[in-house]
Design a protein around this ligand. Structure first.
Ligand code: SAH
Ligand code: SF4
Length: 413
């Protein structure tokens, strides 16, 4: 029997998507990479390093989209930068707002591939769900993205660009002017009147399209910029990476990125997990749970989240809940179980478990002392399940999409 999907990472060596005008998009690059570009373009080593530090701050901490706004960079230098570099954002193909406040975007890369991003606000936090690939090589049977072929990995710029775009839309870049720091003192950022504002976007989950651990280097580089105190400055405690179980990459994710881990477990027996999460045929449940037990940084204060999609008559029996508890105990895991009502899509081979079944399942896990919240479905009126907007948009004609976009822009004023 052939195994659906291919289980090995698809190498996509490209770091930056090339642009027709030959300029280089700086978004996604580290200080060192920016300094190297400046050096190549003719600055001396000291100037390249200083300018890279200033530009990094303006790009990621202040969110400016033009070099003219970089007030501590000499006026004569700004056109020099603009001739060679750009500050990009993913193109917005479609933007939707649900009546529950969930926002969803269909975005497009410079080489015309569409991918998705979702923002989910609630009372205490605002979570941005970020994509790591266009499509996915794995074919989890309940996942709509799994029905698409992998087009390519997203670059670090396209991953960080999602967070930057969300901050643009939510109006969350720091306001206030910044006094020009002393040019000769690259370390001196004191003496500015910059104040971080209270933000809507407080958390990031790598739970959009794609398997982040099959695009490890780009996801790591992007998240480093997101976590950098002089970059987007989001704490690693507010970032969660979700994997379907790419066991060989989990230790590196802990060591080199260090964010919270979520694991798409979804089943507790080999037969069922083989069927619904086919990567299980390569890395089985025991191996996966051992990798979780070894995950650097996991503790009771930083528990691993186990995602469990509730599929009617497939993985939702009392005995499945008891087995889940037993497994988590056997591996001594500091765990939290996130029960996800299945979000159906046209042609899906499963149904969602009944509310009573989900409640009973949650009770069994909770009574064993493991937190087991049921995720509230959000944005159902805008097809907020992963992969659905992309397909819905492909069904619409280009003209219709353009018309919708114009309406949205008009509505936004
Ligand atoms: N590839 C990674 C991250 C992206 S999927 C992973 O699989 O973990 C993010 C989460 O959404 C996963 O737990 C996935 O199983 C879940 N998911 C995908 N499609 C779903 C659907 N139709 N209903 C409910 N959850 C879904
Ligand atoms: Fe890929 Fe995750 Fe969907 Fe599985 S659930 S097909 S790994 S995006």
């Amino acid at each position: 029997m052939s195994i659906p999907g291919h289980f090995d990472p698809v190498p996509v060596p490209r770091e930056v998507t090339p642009r027709a005008d030959g300029r280089v998009d700086l978004i996604g690059l580290s200080r060192t990479q920016i300094a190297a570009l400046f050096l190549d373009a003719g600055l001396d080593a000291k100037a390249a390093k200083l300018r890279a530090k200033q530009v990094f701050h303006w790009l990621y901490h202040r969110g400016v989209t033009g070099f003219d706004a970089m007030t501590d960079i000499a006026k004569t230098m700004r056109p020099w930068l603009a001739e060679r570099f750009v500050i990009g954002r993913p193109e917005v193909v479609e933007a939707q707002v649900s009546n529950d406040g969930t926002r969803k975007w269909l975005l497009r890369t410079a080489d015309n591939h569409d991918f998705e991003m979702v923002f989910i606000p609630d009372a205490t936090r605002g979570t941005l769900c970020v994509s790591s690939q266009v499509g996915c090589t794995l074919n989890c049977r309940f996942c709509h993205t799994g029905t698409m072929r992998l087009v390519r990995n997203l670059t670090p710029g396209e991953i960080v660009g999602q967070v930057m775009l969300a901050r643009d839309v939510l109006g969350e870049w720091p306001r206030g002017s910044m006094a020009a720091p002393d040019f000769d003192d690259a370390e001196d950022d004191e003496g500015t009147d910059y104040t971080p504002d209270g933000r809507l976007l407080t958390n990031i989950v790598m739970m959009g399209m794609g398997e982040p651990l099959y695009n490890f280097d780009h996801v790591r580089d992007a998240l480093k910029v997101v976590m950098d105190g002089d970059g987007l400055a989001l704490s690693k405690r507010r970032i969660t990476l979700s994997t379907s179980g790419v066991v060989p990459m989990m230790a590196r994710a802990g060591e080199e990125i260090g964010v919270n881990l979520a694991v798409s477990l979804h089943a507790v027996t080999k037969d069922v997990r083989d069927e619904i999460v086919p990567i299980n045929r390569k890395y089985g449940i025991e191996e996966l749970l051992q990798a979780c037990a070894d995950y650097p940084g996991a503790s009771n204060a930083r528990r691993i989240t186990f995602e469990y999609v509730m599929l009617k008559d497939k993985n939702d029996r009392d005995s499945d809940a008891h087995e889940l508890v037993r497994l988590l105990r056997q591996y001594g895991l500091p765990a939290k179980v996130n029960l996800i009502p299945f979000n159906p899509w046209p042609g899906a081979p499963y149904e969602c478990s009944t509310p009573e079944r989900i409640k009973r399942f949650a009770e069994i896990v909770f009574n064993a002392g493991i937190s087991a919240p049921v995720r509230t479905p959000r944005g159902r009126d805008i097809d907020a399940a992963c992969g659905q907007l992309k397909t819905a948009a492909e069904r619409k004609s280009r003209a219709e999409v353009d018309r919708l976009l114009e309406e949205k822009q008009a509505a936004l004023g």
